[in-house]
Design a protein around this ligand. Structure first.
Ligand SMILES: [Zn+2]
Ligand SMILES: [Zn+2]
Length: 298
């Protein structure tokens, strides 16, 4: 099951709600098994705080029996989000019908089939940590012990690389979410000091034109930094990456747009002037507000 239960808000000052932003591209509602937030709650906060566009990206898993396996049928998810879009369109909030698909290489065929036959505005592919994973809290300490860092992260990064190379997704969600599970046995600082471990993922993103997400949920979790960190986003740009996006990954009403201002700053500091997004058709670029831009930005 995706161990992404969102009830861990720390109240970190890094994760304050944001204002005047064009997009929060990663949100979970009560159409996900691990969130109870009605869609209008996010839309209403977006209207109040001038967040112009939100993507509803509820979980869809392909492992039979997983909590998000057919949790809510596609037709109901689509209708719920489209109806909300209709209610909020003239109140200053564009609501998009997205999805966060759990990438699992065992089910790549089923994922491919689903995406070929179901139309979303925007598709995030993410690797989650399952009950039988070495990173599960019951076995992560033993997994880490005596292993090289490269081998510690390998099961997660291998699967992320397969997700990227599948070319199924607009964006890869929380590239190093494993950071959450490795804490405190491997710290964010230790991972940050080993950017070479990320290189193959960043190269795969560049090769396939897949966008890198700056996921701000890490700011309200022990890592206290985005998934991935600012240094990795910068490295992505140096390797030729041109496509990034950002999302709060809220599962709770109070986490809507949390840390997003900081997430935008991470992207801007790395030299990105816009976000890579999609609204059902061709890819679109969403410009960062002027306050994030410097003359060096493209
Ligand atoms: Zn996720
Ligand atoms: Zn998510």
């Amino acid at each position: 099951m995706p161990a992404e239960l969102g009830g861990t808000s720390s109240g970190s000052s890094l994760a304050v709600p944001s204002r005047d932003l064009p997009l929060d591209s990663h949100l979970h509602t009560n159409l996900s098994p691990d969130s109870g937030v009605p869609i209008d709650e996010y839309a209403s906060q977006a209207a109040e705080n001038a967040i112009a566009e939100i993507a509803i990206t509820d979980h869809v898993d392909f492992e039979p029996g997983a909590p998000a396996f057919d949790f809510v049928p596609f037709a109901i998810r689509e209708r719920t989000v489209r109806e909300a879009a209709g209610r909020w369109a003239d109140r200053g909030v564009a609501v998009r019908f997205g999805v966060e698909i759990t990438y699992d290489s065992r089910f790549e065929g089923a994922i491919r089939e689903h995406l070929a036959t179901h139309r979303y505005d925007y598709v995030i592919g993410s690797v989650h940590v399952y009950a039988e994973s070495p990173f599960h809290s019951s076995r992560v300490a033993r997994w880490v012990e005596g292993q090289r860092l490269e081998d510690v992260v390998a099961p997660y990064f291998d699967e992320v690389e397969r997700a990227i190379r599948s070319e199924l997704f607009d964006t890869i969600g929380h590239l190093d979410f494993v950071k959450r599970y490795l804490h405190p046995y491997v710290t964010a600082a230790q991972l940050g000091a080993a950017p070479e471990l990320y290189e193959r993922l960043l190269v795969a993103l560049v090769d396939t034109g897949t966008a890198l997400e700056v996921n701000t949920s890490g700011l309200r979790q022990p890592a206290a930094e985005t998934y991935p960190s600012a240094g990795i986003v910068e490295r992505f740009q140096l390797l030729g990456g041109t496509r990034v996006c950002a999302g709060s990954d809220a599962h709770l009403a109070r986490d809507f747009s949390a840390g997003l201002e900081a997430g935008y700053r991470v992207a801007a500091a790395a030299g990105f002037g816009s976000f890579a997004f999609r609204r059902g058709g061709d890819r679109v670029a969403v410009a960062l507000p002027d306050r994030f831009r410097t003359p060096a930005h493209t």
